[in-house]
Design a protein around this ligand. Structure first.
Ligand SMILES: Cc1ncc(COP(=O)(O)O)c(C=O)c1O
Length: 405
């Protein structure tokens, strides 16, 4: 794990804003899953939407991880990095026919989450192998925007539509090799994981789907964000998962592969965004600490109201004061934290925003035409700059380069 001293040195060496990832930590998280969930045929598909940094993907690929991809772009990235097509599952929603054909032609297994798309698959590609995504009808997650079970979500086929699923599968002679569900991100209760598993297993009978090779129970493993937030007992959770799946396989009549596809768990805690406080402003009742990055560079606080820990690397022993930690974007809501108690912030101090490994860089953009930060990855204890941020001039040039005027 990178410590505060190392982060501060990296900020001084490469400038800010800067993303730092502990590649060794990411691989450790991946490996730990096999201790938590001791099923002999466990396969972990890293949800690459969480962080597509190619160095992290390379490290995970070398460690044996497979990939959960949600767009043709993610499929291409995984293939170009050398992940074999058999180790990629493509789970998209609202897929166009052109996208369907593109991914099918690449030979990557598709996870189909609507009756409409399933019917099109039956017509366009009779006989093809597919995975089917069901809505587990379990509501859980750290934010309602990332809950993917129940009535309000666009994801997955309703379990009660199983009759129509079987009709279409028969009509198109489709070979259903896998079933899938994903309940949400940051699942608050392990009970939800078990309930969703049981829901998927309820349709995974040999009568319905005799050719199953795997069940995929999605991602959503929670990591703590706030100080004092409890860590899930993953060993206890894993034991129950293995017991449920073992019973299921006995009923099914064969030992199937068990898959999970975590994103946040794999990378969240191994990433930091470093930013410099450059403006302290006293606004009557509030003290505003203005930083040299904004919500396009780390959007979770604005998008989800998410809490990210902030450390004052330059002045950790300063007296505690309350701050609105704001970004440099022309929007009032551009805040990393509101009324947060932190060791005194001074202009020039470097802050480390924690848990920035997942859904931070990958959700980023260049709003206000500020570049996404450079990225450093620590591998075997050695930090390497793997992406240099474009200068402001280069960013403007690359924007213009995309247009025909
Ligand atoms: C289908 C699917 N699988 C896996 C994940 C990964 O979730 P998490 O990063 O919470 O583990 C997501 C994220 O939303 C998802 O949509």
């Amino acid at each position: 794990m990178a410590d505060s001293e190392q982060l501060l040195k990296l900020a001084q060496q490469y400038g800010t804003p800067l993303y730092v990832y502990d590649g060794d930590g990411v691989v450790q998280h991946y490996r730990a899953l096999f201790d938590f969930i001791p099923w002999p045929r466990l396969r972990v598909h890293y949800a690459l939407k969480a962080n597509y940094n190619p160095m992290l993907l390379k490290l995970l690929g070398e460690a044996g991880a497979s990939i959960d991809a949600v767009s043709p772009g993610e499929v291409h990235l995984a293939l170009q990095l050398g992940f074999p097509k058999e180790r990629i599952l493509f789970t998209a929603n609202n897929l166009t026919d052109a996208e369907f054909d593109e991914v099918r032609d690449l030979g990557v297994l598709m996870n189909i989450g609507s009756l409409s798309r399933l019917a099109k698959a039956a017509d366009r590609a009779p006989g093809m192998a597919v995975c089917l995504r069901f809505n587990p009808d379990v509501m859980d997650g750290d934010n309602e925007k990332t809950m993917t079970g129940g009535d309000l979500t666009k994801f997955g086929i309703l379990l009660e539509d199983i009759g129509r699923v079987l009709e279409i599968v028969r009509r198109g002679n489709l070979r259903v090799v896998g079933l899938h569900e994903h309940t949400g991100s940051g699942l608050q209760h392990t009970e939800s994981v078990f309930r969703s598993m049981k829901q998927l297993m309820s349709v995974a009978t040999p009568e319905n789907f005799p050719e199953l090779e795997f069940l995929d129970f999605g991602g959503g493993f929670k990591v703590p964000y706030k100080p004092g937030e409890e860590r899930v007992d993953y060993y206890a959770m894993g034991r129950e998962i293995v017991s449920l799946f073992g019973d299921f396989c006995r009923r099914y009549g064969r030992e199937l592969e068990m898959r999970f596809e975590p994103g946040k768990y794999m990378v969240a805690e191994s990433g930091w965004m470093l930013t410099e406080v450059n403006t302290i402003k006293h606004n009557r009742s509030r003290v505003i600490a203005g930083c040299n990055a904004g919500f396009p560079q780390l959007i979770r606080p604005v998008l989800y109201g998410a809490y990210h820990q902030i450390e004052n690397l330059s002045h950790p022993a300063g007296e505690l004061h309350c701050y609105d930690v704001c970004g440099n974007i022309c929007e009032t809501g551009d805040r990393f934290a509101e009324q947060r108690e932190l060791p005194e912030l001074r202009e020039g101090d470097i802050l480390a925003i924690g848990n920035a490994g997942a859904y931070c860089y990958s959700m980023g953009g260049i709003y206000n035409l500020r570049p996404m930060p450079s990225e450093v990855v620590i591998v075997n204890g050695t930090a390497r700059l793997v992406r240099r941020a474009p200068s402001h001039r280069e960013l403007a040039q690359s924007v213009l380069g995309e247009y025909q005027l």
